[in-house]
Design a protein around this ligand. Structure first.
Ligand SMILES: O=C([O-])CC(=O)C(=O)O
Ligand SMILES: [Mg+2]
Length: 574
């Protein structure tokens, strides 16, 4: 009997497979006759993609392709990362989430509801694959688009597609997970097509009870699982509650922080201003803003400042203005750390006035207020600095505090720029200008893969920081000469190898690794070890051929022909 039964994944229906492989997989006759090269397959896909008139239609086509030929989808993605990533991830995924209940066609992960409490382990048993990593959201803060309830499923799906594309986690080892704990979004709840429960968000203590059960059930079913929290309105509670007990991290607080560290290290070098002389104004003092600022504190400490000095480099601005201790309102816990006490009673409401007061070298946007970096603000940054650092980081593009063209034009081409969502490069005064994309996709794939490969018990803050630091090392000479702050996205798999190595090395230093055998590897050997474990959609055919060879099919001297397969694969229906 063949070790293969009937085809089980959409990848088995790949029409790149020759007849003998189709016969082995028992898909012979279930696909069109010709065996196609990837070039031909890609030509057809790109033609179909081209014919779609909106990005959302392209997103839907790509979703369909993944569901019907998973390896082809990843081959196409890996050869066209720069063009396709914005269609399956930010910004298009934002629109897909807003319209999820409208455009829904098929399940792509698991949905758990509050009413499933007490039965979570039993429900997880329904998932048919072995899982190495899950991305879990409750949809309560999807990108900068607010509470989208279960429509947020697009985010775990998109993040995990990037795990596969960028870090080579096998597609069937990923689990997109959306928790339906109710939603405060009345527009959704009044929509009969809404796919989640029509109830208000559960109370925080009920949410914690639910999550306690979920974390235990996930880890019981898949003991090595890495759990990534994504797009939660209040991510701090779960981070503090679980990070020492489970292998988990929060991508928005920690991943975004780390990716900014990576670009920031390069921006500080390029700015010509010593680290100790920088000052940063942050528009947005929510979880992502504070998460980023905290990791930059770690950077300044590494540069020789005390924690107190490092903390003083940051001026956070929220909807009420500059965050100060004596502002008269009750500050959320996470803001207090950065609240200023040196304002001599002065309160400043407007961002432009804060900038006049602070004269920052760095302006960061994590506010989800599209256009908040006005031409005047950008002009002031350029007046005060030779090379102002301007990072409008909110997602998707519509929420970006400014776009690349505005930043370049209003700083007369001087700014060092990175945004959260992609913007096109442009020419300015005869010179080609390249935008950086400070998106956490540069680090989370490596954080997850690193944690999986070294079998980390926890994801420590040092591992997170290392992902950003190693990201900064991964710029090549060509990228440096063009003034890039982040490496070219088309090199993302190689970048992820470097990031993964940084994460593993740091786990080893922290003593949270359980795969002790890889401690002795040199850096070069470790990189090879990582690469060898990355799923490569171009090598699937070779793996199946190996499988066939292992069954001794070639041993009758017929070189794997259809005839030899006929006799060797007992039980196959030819
Ligand atoms: O998904 C992205 O593009 C980045 C991110 O985590 C967010 O904005 O929440
Ligand atoms: Mg996010």
């Amino acid at each position: 009997m063949s070790s293969r039964q009937l085809a089980t994944t959409s990848g088995d229906y790949d029409n790149a497979y020759p007849p003998e492989v189709r016969k082995y997989l028992r898909t012979y006759g279930l696909t069109p006759p010709n065996t196609e090269t990837f070039e031909l397959q890609a030509q057809r896909c790109l033609k179909q993609l081209d014919r779609k008139s909106t990005d959302l239609e392209k997103y839907q086509y790509l979703t369909h392709l993944r569901a019907t030929n998973v390896h082809l989808f990843y081959r196409l993605l890996s050869e066209n990362v720069k063009d396709i990533t914005p269609l399956i991830y930010t910004p298009t995924v934002g629109e897909a989430c807003q319209r999820w209940s409208d455009i829904y066609t098929q399940p792509e992960g698991m949905y758990l509801s509050y009413s499933d409490k007490g039965h979570i382990a039993g429900i997880l048993a329904n998932w048919p694959h072995n899982v190495e990593i899950t991305v879990v959201t409750d949809g309560s803060r999807i990108l900068g688009l607010g509470d989208l309830g279960v429509n947020g499923m697009g985010i775990p799906v998109g993040k995990l597609a990037l795990y596969t594309a960028c870090a080579g986690i096998r597609p069937d080892a990923t689990l997109p997970l959306t928790i339906d704990l109710g939603t405060s979004n009345m527009e959704l709840r009044n929509d009969p097509l809404y796919l989640g429960s029509n109830m208000d968000k559960v109370a925080p203590e009920d949410e914690i009870e639910f999550l306690d059960e979920l974390m235990a059930a996930l880890t019981e079913r898949w003991p090595g699982i890495v759990i990534q929290y994504e797009d939660w309105k209040n991510p701090f509670t779960s981070l503090e509650r679980y990070q020492k007990t489970y292998t988990m991290f929060n991508d928005d607080v920690q991943g975004t922080g780390a990716v900014i560290v990576g670009g920031f290290i390069n921006a500080v070098k390029a700015s010509g201003v010593a680290a100790k002389d920088h000052k940063a104004v942050f528009l947005g003092a929510g979880s992502a803003g504070v998460g980023v600022a905290k990791q930059l504190v770690q950077y300044f400490i590494k540069e020789g400042l005390t924690e107190e000095e490092a903390k003083k480099k940051f001026y956070l601005v929220d909807s009420k203005g500059l965050v100060t201790l004596d502002r008269g309102d009750k500050l959320a816990d996470h803001k207090t750390y950065f609240a200023r006490d040196d304002n001599s009673g002065k309160q400043i409401k407007d961002l432009a006035d804060v900038i006049d007061y602070v004269k920052p070298t760095i302006l960061m946007g994590l506010s989800t207020i599209g256009g908040a970096f006005t031409p005047e603000i950008l002009q002031t940054m350029a007046k005060n600095n030779d090379k102002p650092v301007v990072f409008p980081l909110s997602n998707p593009s519509s929420k970006s505090e400014c776009n690349f063209e505005e930043a370049i034009t209003h700083t007369d081409g001087k700014c060092l720029f990175a945004s959260g969502s992609p913007f096109p490069e442009m020419e300015y005064k005869g010179q080609q200008m390249y935008p950086g994309q400070g998106n956490n996709m540069y680090v989370f794939p490596g954080i997850g893969l690193g944690a999986i490969l070294c079998k980390a018990v926890n994801v420590t803050q040092d591992m997170i920081y290392a992902s950003g630091e190693y990201l900064s090392y991964s710029l090549n000479e060509d990228e440096k000469s063009k003034g890039f702050l982040y490496p070219d996205i088309s090199r993302i798999r190689e970048v992820s190898v470097v990031v993964t190595r940084g994460v593993i090395r740091t786990a080893q230093k922290n003593g949270v690794d359980r795969e002790l055998a890889i401690r002795a590897l040199s850096d070069e050997q470790l990189d090879d070890y990582i690469r060898a474990r990355m799923y490569d959609p171009f090598k699937e055919l070779d793996h199946i051929k190996e499988e066939i060879k292992d069954l001794g099919i070639k041993s009758n001297g017929s070189n794997g022909t259809v005839e030899s397969l006929k006799s060797a694969v007992a039980g196959a229906h030819l």
